[in-house]
Each structure stands twice: as C-alpha cells, then as structure tokens.
Design a protein around this ligand. Structure first.
Ligand code: MN
Length: 199
C-alpha cells in the first residue's frame, strides 16, 4: 500500500509564491487521490503489490494491461508530486558546484537554463510537467511529459520538476502561467536538487 507523504513544511510556508489554499488542495486532495487510485488498481493485481513505485513506472510494459493505464496515471501522479514537494522549500539554498558546472556545460549558464526551462513550461500545451533530467554526470536536458507521465518511464532521471497542470496554480495565478513559472524559482530547494544530481 502506498501512502501520501507528509510535506516537510506547512501549507502556507511557500507564500506568497505558492498560496496556502493551492498547496493544501494540491497535496491533501489531488495527490491523495493519485495514491488511493494507485492502491485501488494494485488491489486487482496482487502480484504487482510487492513492486516499488520506481519499478512499476520504469517497467510499464510488464505491468498487466488491466491496470497499466491506472499505474501510469496514478502511479506517475504519486511519483511526480512526491518529487515536487521535496524540490521546494521555504529555505533558500544554492545548487552544488558540480550541479552549477553541469548546468553551465549543458545550457551555457544558470540564467540561460532558467530561460529555456520557463519557455518550455509556459509553452507546454494542456496538462503536464517540465523537467530537468540527468543524462550523465555532466549532461542535463530539459524535457516535458504530458498528463502524469513520469520521466522514469522513459529511462530518464528527473532531478527537478514543475507541475504545470492548472490545479497547481489557477487559484492564485489564473491564466498567468508564466507568472507562476517565474515566481516558482523563489521556492526551489537547490539542496535537494543537488542531492538528486549528485546521487
Ligand atoms: Mn499536480
């Protein structure tokens, strides 16, 4: 049985960038529903119940077709949101020297990386995610996934991800996705992103 992880900060901790109501609904309703629907699906296929979430998403073709779509959508939702909460923090931190070096090498500079990431997140049509993924120790790329698809289903290792579903920003930002995307950098937990990069 999968469970909803607690946040390591209060629902209002990321104000004014991410508002309390959005955080509370996003975590306690949206994410909780992904977890319960994932568990419901796994109830139907007991032999899948000892698999880790990483395994399920990285091996979707081996998941029985009776529950594959549910695992893809709700398991992906559980994975993506669990990462999302961790890579945000009310406490300012800096990326590690190795991560800065890889970002410089892959995108030219931190500034250029953010510009390209913002552009990607803003222009993603419909619901989905923008990601920074690690291709190798020195090579990073930006990618998107639709809906709740997870980069690990494509063999990619995400170290940073931004939820651009409307449920992630609409209460505060309405149609102004670009404002949500640019303000979000204020709450990125670079310690955690660096930990994922180094790990
Ligand atoms: Mn979401």
């Amino acid at each position: 049985m999968f469970t909803l992880p607690d946040l390591s900060y209060a629902y209002d901790a990321l104000e004014p960038h991410l508002d309390k109501a959005t955080m509370e609904i996003h975590h306690s309703k949206h994410h909780a529903t992904y977890v319960s629907k994932l568990n419901e699906a796994l109830d139907k296929e007991p032999k899948m119940q000892d698999k880790s979430l990483d395994w399920l998403l990285a091996n979707l073709p081996e998941v029985p077709d009776t529950i594959r779509t549910a695992v893809r959508n709700h398991g992906g939702g559980h994975y993506n949101h669990s990462l999302f909460w961790q890579i945000m923090s009310p406490n300012k931190s800096q990326p590690s020297a190795q991560l800065v070096e890889a970002i410089d090498k892959s995108f030219g500079s931190m500034e250029k990386f953010k510009e390209q990431f913002n552009q990607t997140a803003v222009s993603l049509f419909g619901s989905g995610w923008a990601w920074l993924v690690k291709k190798s120790d020195t090579n990073l790329i930006i990618m998107t996934t639709n809906n709740q698809d997870s980069p690990i289903s494509q063999g990619m290792e995400p170290i940073l991800g931004l939820d651009v579903w409307e449920h992630a920003y609409y209460l505060k930002w309405q149609n102004k996705r670009a404002d949500y995307v640019s303000t979000w950098w204020q709450v990125v937990n670079w310690s955690e992103v660096s930990r994922r990069f180094n790990g």
